[in-house]
Design a protein around this ligand. Structure first.
Ligand SMILES: [Zn+2]
Ligand SMILES: [Zn+2]
Length: 252
């Protein structure tokens, strides 16, 4: 989007906020789309973390998992753990039409991107299946990826990656079943991604199976490197005995 297009988009949301005072996607209080209290409550994935998968660890470097099974992705980073108000807000964005949160999360991903030192040619949202898009009317990931493209001035390529398999919901699937479920679920358009560095955007990463399979399709189509940014990461939060997973999330 051009600068003026971006400005019109921001003006649109400012006007909407004036007409219909927004409520926070995390806690429901009126006044802003994402309040300061909810923002402060986010459990951030902070360094030092693995330079590849982005999982926090004791020191900088590459984790044992990435050493023993190097992922196809060159790098992945996420903003916060899938818990508390952030989890609530992502569910609102996905299932409750709270589409104004897309811009909020795009701003967060842009901040992370600025610290990554990645040279990116295209931003590509993880596509949802056609049936899910039909049910919901939108792909929540595009609502994050498009404004991220606008802020960063990195070209947006929403048609570069297609989902060719309607994967079943990941609910109640085991880790290995999830991986199988999304295998060969994507195909990429080489005329759009050949010899380029792609940035995949998704709302939540759980096992990483969806991102890995999307990466496989992009590399097969000639992409040189694939990176990923997600708003949240689901899994066992270090120092917390509760699982921040509800199994409703990956690849939907
Ligand atoms: Zn709030
Ligand atoms: Zn790692």
């Amino acid at each position: 989007m051009s600068i003026s297009g971006q400005r019109i988009n921001r003006l649109f949301w400012t006007a909407m906020d004036w007409l219909y005072p927004p409520h926070c996607g995390g806690c429901g209080t009126t006044g802003s789309r994402w309040c300061q209290d909810c923002d402060a409550s986010v459990l951030l994935l902070e360094p030092p973390y693995c330079g590849v998968c982005g999982m926090p660890r004791q020191e900088i470097g590459v984790c044992d998992d990435c050493r023993s099974h190097p992922p196809l992705l060159t790098g992945i980073r996420s903003w916060g753990w899938y818990a508390g108000p952030l989890r609530h807000a992502l569910i609102e964005l996905k299932f409750e039409n709270k589409i104004d949160l897309g811009e909020v999360f795009a701003d967060k991903l842009f901040e992370i991107y600025l610290h990554c030192n990645w040279q990116i040619d295209h931003i590509i949202p993880i596509p949802v299946s056609r049936s899910r898009r039909f049910q919901r009317g939108y792909n929540q990931v595009e609502l994050i990826a498009k404004p991220l493209s606008d802020i960063s001035n990195i070209p947006y390529k929403p048609t570069a990656l297609k989902r060719i398999k309607d994967t079943e919901s990941q609910v109640r699937l085991s880790h290995s079943e999830r991986i199988k479920n999304v295998q060969d679920a994507f195909v990429a358009d080489s005329s759009e991604v050949d010899q380029s560095a792609c940035l995949l955007v998704d709302d939540i990463v759980t096992t990483g199976a969806t991102l890995e399979n999307a990466t496989k399709a992009l590399l097969a189509a000639g992409a040189s490197f694939v990176y990923a940014l997600t708003v949240a990461r689901a899994g066992r939060i270090p120092g917390d005995d509760n699982l921040a997973v509800d199994n409703d999330i990956d690849s939907m």
